[in-house]
Design a protein. Structure first.
Lengths: 165, 294
């Protein structure tokens, strides 16, 4: 298969590589860049385990041709590490609320939570349920996952309010 | 790896049409949330894909000076749902867009792709049918405009030629002004679900009477369908509980759903009536009316 050049930003770093034209973003991230937080799940856009943020929006990377990411900013869980090596507040909230069981769905949920919390809006429990509806947790730990996202959202909103003059 | 002969990102609609015309194995792709799943299933193997994703000329929603709403075919469902013009003038379409797949799917899947797939279950189709949408297609032979009602020709089939690109979905001002509608989807889950049945209804309410009624369904036939007979019977009737009962009765005689693994024909016919009553009641409520019970 013919190769083409792909230039994108991954976790804040410029990446330039040659990929076959049919390559899927999920494979580029996992196999070429070693970002294995991005999980290979159903591969048909139903489970959300492969979710990454593309220009800030949650997308299933299993249905995304790598070449379509040209010029875009991709965020995976690896990119959430804080400068001092600590967990991101959203990851910490997942730990506090015991929102992780087998962990396979967790990276996807966390990235969707990053998008949710980043809006700076306050969502009701019902709205949060709809916002995470593109993720399946086969351990069915949804209650704790919702608790974690709610906690992260509230903490972030409190912090924002505190920062306002 | 997707099984592609080639993957070409078109620079413009004109460029896409040229690329499609030059290669008889080429297919246009936009968000790809259906087409890439097809490819994974071994269909369209080795095809040459021409991507039109994100082309600015066919992305976004605008209000033309004459009041027509123009939706770029490559606009993703999230952007349709969150668009202020859609929310203000045709909220039912925004609600239908919110019913598609999941948030991740809606960030990528496009309203144009939803129509071009030709599925009877397309969530946007019933609303576009009752908004009298006009589709603008561009191909080697130039531009043509066709009503959405004539677009679907069978299951998974449309009258779009292989080298044509659906560019715009136009909602005429006369079709939405003073009209209020609602879309109801029935599925076994609230998310990531293909409609068992979808029902859209729109009314023009004058002095508590249905001066105009438009009704359309998804999954009630091999293609999304308008229901002219029931529309005609309801026109002129009062916004009354009896009218809703009449609507439910008429619609069960008009549509021809089939049995599938999702639901039987009998079940679809039953919920079709119930969904129409609810959609009409909501449309009437939005039009400022109320349902007379007595």
């Amino acid at each position: 298969m013919k190769h083409s050049t792909l230039n994108m930003w991954v976790n804040g770093r410029a990446v330039s590589l040659a990929v076959p034209e049919g390559e899927i973003l999920l494979d580029t991230l996992r196999e070429r860049l070693g970002l294995t937080s991005v999980k290979r799940g159903c591969e048909v856009g139903e489970c959300g385990a492969c979710t990454v943020l593309i220009d800030g929006r949650a997308v299933n990377s299993c249905l995304y041709p790598a070449l379509t990411a040209e010029g875009k900013h991709i965020l995976t869980v690896e990119g959430l590490q804080q400068p001092n090596g600590e967990l991101h507040p959203i990851q910490q909230a997942f730990v506090e609320e015991a929102a992780v069981q087998c962990g396979f769905c967790t990276p996807g949920f966390i990235l969707t939570a990053v998008e949710i919390v980043g809006t700076g809006k306050r969502y009701s429990r019902e709205e949060l349920r709809k916002l995470i509806s593109g993720h399946l947790c086969r351990c069915t730990g949804y209650e704790n996952i919702l608790n974690a996202i709610e906690r992260a959202m509230n903490e972030s909103l409190e912090q924002r309010e505190g920062e306002q003059p | 790896m997707f099984d592609v002969g080639s993957f070409y990102r078109a620079q413009s609609v004109e460029d896409a049409v040229r690329a499609l015309a030059a290669d008889p194995c080429a297919l246009p792709v936009c968000g790809g949330t259906d087409l890439w799943v097809r490819n994974r299933e071994g269909r369209d193997s080795g095809a040459s894909y021409v991507s039109i994703q994100g082309l600015p000329e066919i992305t976004g929603v605008r209000l033309d000076p004459d009041g027509d709403i123009v939706i770029g075919a490559a606009t993703c469902f999230r952007d349709v749902a969150e668009d202020p013009i859609v929310q203000k003038f045709i909220p039912m379409l925004g609600e239908a867009a919110e019913e598609v797949g999941s948030p991740q799917i809606r960030n990528v899947a496009t309203i144009g792709g939803n129509l071009c797939n030709g599925a009877t279950s397309a969530d946007s189709a019933p609303s576009l049918l009752i908004l009298n949408a006009l589709l603008v297609l561009k191909g080697s032979g130039g531009e043509r405009r066709i009503p959405v009602e004539e677009f679907h020709t069978g299951p998974g089939r449309t009258c779009r030629l292989r080298e044509e690109i659906l560019c715009e979905i136009r909602i005429p001002r006369s079709a939405y002004q003073n009209r209020h509608g609602a879309y109801i989807k029935y599925g076994k889950r609230n998310a990531m679900e293909i409609a068992t049945l979808g029902c859209a209804a729109l009314v023009h309410l004058k002095e508590q009477k249905l001066a105009e009624v438009r009704i359309a369904y998804g999954v009630a036939a091999p293609t999304p369908v308008r229901c002219g007979k029931t529309e005609e019977i309801l026109t002129g009737l009062p916004a009354h509980r009896e009218t809703l009962e009449r609507a439910a009765q008429c619609i069960r005689g008009e549509i021809t759903p089939r049995s599938s693994w999702r639901a039987s024909r009998e079940f679809r016919l039953h919920i079709a009536g119930e969904m129409l009553k609810r959609a009409l009641a909501e449309a009437i409520r939005r039009a400022g009316g109320h349902i007379d019970e007595a």
